[in-house]
Design a protein around this ligand. Sequence first.
Ligand SMILES: Nc1ncnc2c1ncn2[C@@H]1O[C@H](COP(=O)(O)OP(=O)(O)OP(=O)(O)O)[C@@H](O)[C@H]1O
Ligand SMILES: [Mg+2]
Length: 261
Amino acid sequence: MGRKIVLTSGKGGVGKTTVCANLGIALAMREKKVVLVDGDIGLNNLDVVMLVENKIVYDIGDVAEGYCRAKQALIQDDCYRTLFTLPSAKYIDERKLTAQVFHSIIDELSQSFDFVIVDCPAGIENGFHRAVSVAEEALVVVTPHVSAVRDADKVINLLATYNIEDVSIIVNRLKGNLVANNKMMDALDIARLLRTKIKGAIPEDDFINLHSKFKKTNANSPAAIAYGLLADYILGTGSKIYDCSSDYRGFFKKIINTFRG
Ligand SMILES: Nc1ncnc2c1ncn2[C@@H]1O[C@H](COP(=O)(O)OP(=O)(O)OP(=O)(O)O)[C@@H](O)[C@H]1O
Ligand SMILES: [Mg+2]
């Protein structure tokens, strides 16, 4: 049975879908068989980020309604052959995709994959409950902003009411120069505030969503390195998180940062 991981957050727009896609790539690069499940019914962002939206034949709605098996709805990645996406439905009657039905879809997939990673919708309504109730592990994505940290705290408390074995955080969109100048919270400070283990720190990267570019030409970018460390942490082959501010520390670098503001 593969590992069932949900990517969630308190605040919307903090990078769940982006982390889902890039973590999937990093795990596939490590020869793991990975399926990314878009749990965000109606908004279908994951297929867009994974560049597979034009290849959709069946979606999770068709699986829920019994028109096809979960495996038939999967779309294989062009670049990484062990990476698949299960697209969400543009519309589905919520009564047909209950937490139980979702559970059986995820269970079926976990029999043939090393990782089933569910991208959770924003908010804590039905879609959140459905996505979270199938998971054994949760990764809470948070950005270094007070509102995001506060909302992550609420979600971490809420996750404690589910049957999840491991809850950790990923701090996304860190700006190393601001962290070095104490103008932005550090990833470890956020983990301490939330009293939750941290498994990843991802820097701000304007090109993060140029998925194909990221895969083919940008493998040594700070974000790609950070995702590599995150994947190693999750696999248990490493325990480092990316240090976003190391390039900006030191006396002369500090002066440059000060001038840059
Ligand atoms: N590390 C990063 N650097 C720069 N931009 C980022 C980073 N991570 C995410 N983004 C950008 O932030 C925006 C929101 O990201 P994303 O859609 O992944 O968030 P989300 O949490 O899935 O949102 P929602 O709650 O609506 O589902 C996107 O435009 C994405 O490109
Ligand atoms: Mg999303």
